[in-house]
Design a protein around this ligand. Structure first.
Ligand SMILES: [Zn+2]
Length: 694
């Protein structure tokens, strides 16, 4: 009467784990309840003998709300920070967020606190590159599944929208929402804004008047609104805004783009388009809304915008691939893309810290350096492309994992079969015991005791069988995910060979770039931007950060500062930069042409030694490496003086060939020749410069 001891899963964590559950209101309508997830979590941790610190449940919270802004999500982060647990379990990844980026961001935030995220139904390990890639893929599929679900529920939504129901989102400036859910409607906001003798609707009318009648540009309208201290919609609603898929902090000041959005919005003349921002190809539906301005005024305002087109078109022309991904380390704000006109008439684009561009956002202007956009975009894109074309290391890991998985599932299946056999025998045992009892060979008490024992053993076997089945299920899902990851990578690689739209590129960048940080540092008096790109596919044993390869730093337009000079050109460059001089200035001081300086600084071009005295004077020290013997002393000194061997021989009063032998170390000067050579070495040259030894 032996059954397999409860082997395998022993308590594998000392720390308790957290369980996080979430259902959205949409899902509640579909009769999915938070209880299902809670129970699953409890059963799962029971099986794995894990202690649960707490079950966190966000009931009726949308996955579009960032993790840390959900009531329980916030608590999870707080407790994670306090080190209450080191693992968060979720039923499925999509519980963390609605789209890939939100999921990855919350995983990233938790990992920064040393907390691992595990899905109870999908297998991945965020500690490895392949695991992270799978996580990326899985969350991508999660988003896809939801899209399918959304499509299904869309019909109902559209019907509501058609009827004029306000289905959520930021209430346009000038309106307010009355009623809730299916009774929600927008009405014109005539309430007077505190400290301002105008209502929001009045402000809108004024904006349209400025544009349609006074022909003022959006930028000037924004300036005027800020002067009047008119709060914009975002300050009114007192919340962070979601733009595109990313959330941004906003100081709630008016900007040209924001004004432009209002003036071009047809809602203000009474027509609202619903669904124009969704990713689907479905055409938006137009429905009536209460108008704030007449159609005539609206059209005149559009004409005025066109007249200012030259201004507005420029900023809209360029699409910034890294939009929203670059953070300033100095002030924490985001870098924004912008065009700048060079003196030579050429347009160049930059990413500039928002705190440097718009000082109103901070108390003081941020002094972060702007970075050249095309260099950085090219570098990031080439890294993404390199990875997609050759995800070798990561794919190899996935492959190895698949094989290991296949082996272990074989063992699991074997064990499962054995346990199922044992379980079967328990039923037989039961009938055997019953038969004995019927034949009067067992007493009532004995029967009870035997039956209880068999029952206990059955329960233990059931638990083990259930556990193994769960392991097999998750192994299956790994197989699927890995297969899909490989298929997806192959598909993406193929796509690279076809012309790719900006949107497709942006999508790839969003998925694969975790973030970019710009640090502004000062080296030898020159402020320099140091950019760190973090890729999601980077290896886990490296810090998640990937510094741009040096090739990027030596791109000519980025200032390269030789901190440890190797060539004489390096010494010159370092000195020049610390004196804030141009190459032409240095060229004039040294009596050479500008390209010569360029060549010395960049190619390590050989320096003719006749320039050495001037270079030493410019540097204030001798950059030549110190001598270690007689021969080197002679060569170094001759070069310091900038004279030829013939000239040096003449000054010592010997034959040039003798000097050559000395310099080659074939012979050392002795006697009176030694005295003369020593005298030469003491001669500091006709310039008489005081030289510091380097
Ligand atoms: Zn900044």
């Amino acid at each position: 009467m032996s059954w397999e001891a409860a082997a395998g899963q022993t308590a594998n964590t000392i720390m308790p784990v957290a369980i996080y559950c979430r259902v959205s209101t949409e899902e509640q309508r579909e009769r999915q309840t938070i209880l299902t997830q809670r129970e699953f979590g409890e059963r799962y941790t029971d099986l794995h003998k894990q202690a649960v610190f707490r079950v966190y449940a966000d009931d009726g919270v949308s996955g579009t709300v960032p993790f840390e802004q959900r009531p329980e999500g916030r608590q999870v982060m707080k407790d994670a920070r306090a080190g209450k647990f080191d693992q968060v379990l979720v039923y499925k990844l999509d519980r963390l967020g609605r789209d890939t980026r939100l999921i990855l961001d919350s995983v990233h935030e938790l990992e920064k606190l040393g907390v691992r995220v595990r899905s109870m139904t999908e297998e991945f390990d965020t500690g490895t590159a392949s695991g992270r890639l799978m996580l990326t893929m899985l969350s991508g599929f999660a988003a896809h599944e939801r899209e399918v679900f959304r499509e299904r529920s869309l019909a109902g939504t559209l019907r509501l929208a058609q009827g004029g129901v306000w289905l959520g989102g930021i209430v346009p400036f000038g309106y307010r929402k009355v009623g809730v859910k299916q009774e929600g409607r927008l009405v014109v906001s005539d309430d007077v804004i505190p400290h301002l003798a105008m209502s929001e609707a009045d402000v809108v009318r004024e904006m349209f008047r400025l544009s349609a009648v006074e022909k003022v540009s959006c930028r000037k309208i924004a300036v005027r609104l800020n002067e009047m201290r008119v709060p914009c919609a975002y300050t009114r609603d007192d919340k962070l805004i979601v733009r595109g898929k990313r959330r941004q902090h906003t100081r709630g000041i008016w900007r040209a783009a924001r004004v432009r959005c209002i003036i071009t919005n047809t809602t203000y003349m009474g027509l609202h388009s619903y669904g124009k921002r969704t990713a689907t190809k479905r055409p938006p539906i137009t429905r009536p809304m209460p108008a704030i301005v007449t159609e005539d005024t609206w059209k005149k305002a559009q004409a005025n915008l066109k007249a200012h087109f030259l201004f507005s078109a420029r900023s809209a022309k360029h699409k910034y691939l890294l939009r929203g991904l670059i953070k300033c380390k100095l002030c924490g704000l985001t870098y924004i893309g912008m065009m700048a006109n060079r003196r030579n008439g050429k347009e160049e684009f930059y990413y500039k810290c928002n705190g440097a561009n718009t000082p109103e956002l901070l108390q003081v202007r941020c002094t972060a350096k702007a970075i050249r956009g095309d260099d950085l975009e090219r570098q990031v894109w080439s890294d993404v492309e390199t990875f997609l074309r050759n995800p070798g290391a990561v794919l190899a890991q996935i492959q190895a994992r698949l094989e290991a998985e296949a082996q272990s599932t074989g063992k699991i299946r074997e064990r499962l079969k054995r346990l199922e056999g044992l379980r079967e025998r328990k039923s037989e045992e039961r009938s055997r015991v019953l038969a004995l009892y019927r034949r009067g060979r067992l007493s009532d008490a004995e029967l009870d005791q035997q039956m209880e024992e068999i029952g206990k053993e059955e329960n233990a076997l059931d638990a083990q069988i259930e556990e193994l089945r769960a392991q097999l299920r998750s192994a299956d899902s790994v197989g699927q995910a890995v297969g899909s990851a490989e298929a997806l990578l192959t598909k993406l690689r193929k796509r690279l060979d076809q012309p790719m739209s900006w949107e497709q590129k942006r999508q790839l960048v969003e998925i694969l770039v975790a973030g970019i940080e710009v640090e502004t540092i000062e080296v030898y008096g020159v402020r320099q931007a140091r950019t760190t790109v973090t890729y999601r596919f980077s290896q886990p044993d490296e810090p998640t950060r990937v510094l741009l390869p040096t090739a990027y730093n030596s791109v000519r337009r980025t200032i390269r500062i030789p901190i440890e000079p190797k060539t004489i050109g390096d010494h010159i460059r370092r000195k020049r930069l610390s004196m804030k001089l141009f190459q032409k200035d240095v060229a004039a001081r040294l009596g050479v042409k500008t390209p010569t300086i360029w060549s010395w600084e960049n190619d390590g071009g050989p320096v003719e030694f006749r320039y050495m005295p001037a270079i030493i004077e410019f540097l204030g020290y001798n950059p030549l490496p110190p001598a270690t013997n007689w021969a080197e002393r002679l060569v170094r000194h001759r070069r310091t003086l900038g004279i030829t061997r013939n000239e040096a021989a003449r000054r010592i009063g010997i034959d040039p060939s003798t000097l050559a032998r000395w310099e080659r170390g074939e012979r050392e000067p002795t006697g009176s020749l030694g005295v003369r050579a020593e005298r030469f070495l003491q001669d500091e040259g006709h310039r008489g410069t005081m030289l510091r030894a380097s």
